[in-house]
Design a binder for this molecule. Structure first.
Ligand SMILES: *Cc1c(COP(=O)(O)O)cnc(C)c1O
Length: 373
């Protein structure tokens, strides 16, 4: 069945023996043990398994065309599980402009634990090939990247790992499976912060790992989910599955509005440069066209002005909310450098915009008045 149909129906019947169309929430942390004793597959204790988590994981695996999924309490908890499934002494290749929380996780926690890492520019597969060592076990891809929207060719990069004991993971948080399906392009694993577009309403934290195959490496991730215990609540799983039923339609709106916003900004005299994969002027446009079906809701741009002026433009909006993060129905934006704080590598005049689902006329009017103040 097609994506929209699976988004609505997949997982609804799992762990739901009742005739209720919408599965009930199972808040219980414990389940009664059979008189004959406990079988492995029985529900037992909610950290290990819960009906709502199973429904949610089944839905995620279906939408990413994967075999299995493990849900976590945040995107970085999901990333931790992937890194911890490796062994000390293993080497990973990861983008220099990877999501800042994942960079900190590798540098401050995993390096100390014995994981070796190379942070590189991955836009050219030759550079990735040159960084591969005998002990390389994982290539981490994030495309489009944040906030410069660099594009990495998933198929060409995954091909470098073929025949080697190297797994390829794609952080698919920004595109979502509506716009990009990494497992179809040769990746082994997909990572999500479901706090963003899956949740879609800026009110839930969550993360997930989806695997192409239920192999030994995924079993390690599953083990870390259960033993590490960074699991989502049954309520959050239920809510995320509910939001996901409309994901395809929300993403269409995000794609359409963001494209219009990017084109508006590209033609604005106060704007120097716009980073959006759906603009033919974008460096990664050809790769984006070949591996994405839509270009997502995130637009970054450089103001023709000083740091102070960039902060003032963001301060001048009346509809677009000043906030970090992304993926909500409401539009938000931030002066990225001051939002990231100390250690930020963002350009002083860069503004990052998460384009929401308001009417495009209202969004463009607010942008125009903020830019012309
Ligand atoms: C937000 C985000 C994460 C981290 O997810 P949390 O749910 O905040 O822990 C990881 N990758 C990307 C691309 C993100 O935008």
């Amino acid at each position: 069945m097609k994506f929209e149909t699976r988004a609505i129906h997949a997982g609804l019947s799992i762990g739901n023996p009742s005739s209720a169309i919408v599965p009930p929430i199972s808040p219980s942390t414990i389940f009664e043990i059979d008189k004959q004793g406990r079988m492995d597959e029985d529900y037992h204790y909610t950290r290990l398994a819960n009906p709502n988590r199973e429904q949610w994981e089944h839905l995620l695996a279906s939408l990413e065309n994967g075999a299995v999924a493990a849900a976590f309490s945040s995107g970085v908890a999901a990333a931790s599980a992937i890194f911890q499934a490796l062994d000390p002494g293993d080497h990973i290749i990861i983008p220099e402009d990877v999501y800042a929380g994942n960079r900190k996780l590798v540098q401050d926690v995993m390096n100390r634990w014995g994981l070796e890492s190379s942070f590189i520019n991955m836009t050219n597969p030759d550079d990735v090939a040159a960084a591969i060592r005998n002990n390389t076990r994982l290539i981490w891809i994030e495309t489009p990247s944040n906030p410069l929207m660099r594009l990495v060719d998933i198929e060409a990069t995954a091909a470098l790992a073929a025949g080697k004991p190297i797994r390829v993971v794609v952080d698919n948080t920004w595109p979502t499976p509506v716009n990009q399906l990494p497992l179809e392009l040769g990746a082994d694993l997909v990572l999500h912060s479901t706090s963003k577009y899956f949740g879609g309403h800026s009110d839930i934290l969550g993360g997930a790992v989806i695997a192409k195959e239920s192999d030994g490496f995924f079993e390690r991730i599953r083990g870390i989910q259960k033993m590490g215990g960074a699991v989502p609540t049954p309520q959050d799983c239920w809510m995320l599955a509910r939001s996901t039923r409309t994901l395809a339609y929300r993403m269409r709106g995000h794609n359409e509005n963001a494209q219009a916003v990017a084109e508006f900004l590209a033609n604005h005299t106060r704007v120097n440069d716009v980073f959006y994969p759906g603009l033919p002027s974008h460096k990664g446009y050809d790769i984006a066209r070949s591996q994405m079906r839509g270009y997502g809701g995130m637009v970054c741009f450089l103001l023709d002005g000083s740091r102070r002026e960039a902060i003032e433009v963001v301060g001048g909006s009346s509809l677009i909310i000043r906030a970090t993060s992304l993926g909500g129905v409401e539009s938000t934006w931030e002066h990225r450098e001051s939002s990231e704080g100390e250690g930020s590598v963002s350009l002083y005049n860069l503004i990052r915009l998460s384009v929401g689902l308001e009417h495009i006329d209202d969004l463009l009017a607010d942008l125009e008045q903020a830019l012309s103040k």
